[in-house]
Design a protein around this ligand. Sequence first.
Ligand code: SAM
Length: 214
Amino acid sequence: MRALETPLRDGLAALNLSLSDAQVGQLLDYQDLIQKWNKVYNLTAVREPADMLTHHLLDSLAVVAPLRRHTGGRPIRLLDVGSGAGLPGVVIAICCPEISVSCVDTVAKKAAFIQQAAVALRLAHLRGLHARVETLTERYDVVSSRAFASLADFVSWSGDTLAEQGVWLAMKGRHPADEIAALPAGTEVFHVEQLTVPGLDAERCIVWLRRKAS
Ligand SMILES: C[S@@+](CC[C@H](N)C(=O)[O-])C[C@H]1O[C@@H](n2cnc3c(N)ncnc32)[C@H](O)[C@@H]1O
């Protein structure tokens, strides 16, 4: 049994997520990669492995079931904006091989880390992009973010990347009523979904958004 495998498996059970042994191994390998390269790439301020498991891996794993419910298992394209070390993008790529995941970050080292993780974890459907999201024009079915920006900035900076029928998935702490009130006119929230992250005593939610029908 690898270090942290038991708490990871307990967390997956609490989230009702069924993953293969290979996927559990990839999640542990991914966390090892973050720890190994953190000093060089400055990926995260969270240093303790047990904290990294709850604050980063399990927190990101909490969006997998809601995302799958949204996609219904269809093969879609997802853009993770301001992905940093790949959260939640890499976790989604590990859990959902049918989703083609692009992680964009303005910091070259972070995008390089994602590329490196894609090779090391054998995730051919994962790529790291070094760019400001505002400059991207390819379209995605789901545009996600975690700890990125206000909802208004997130949707306006990434607006050109959202497919016609696409949705935004914003990971937030407590229900961001002020940010929702400040959204641009053409955008609407269609669901705010409370999340429970195993081992994390903090409020978490997903804000689902889309363009208003004109
Ligand atoms: C606080 S970090 C969050 C990283 C990761 N999503 C997480 O949850 O740990 C925000 C990231 O957004 C990136 N970023 C900031 N502005 C950006 C932009 N306009 N386009 C793409 N990435 C951006 C930063 O470089 C940073 O890595």
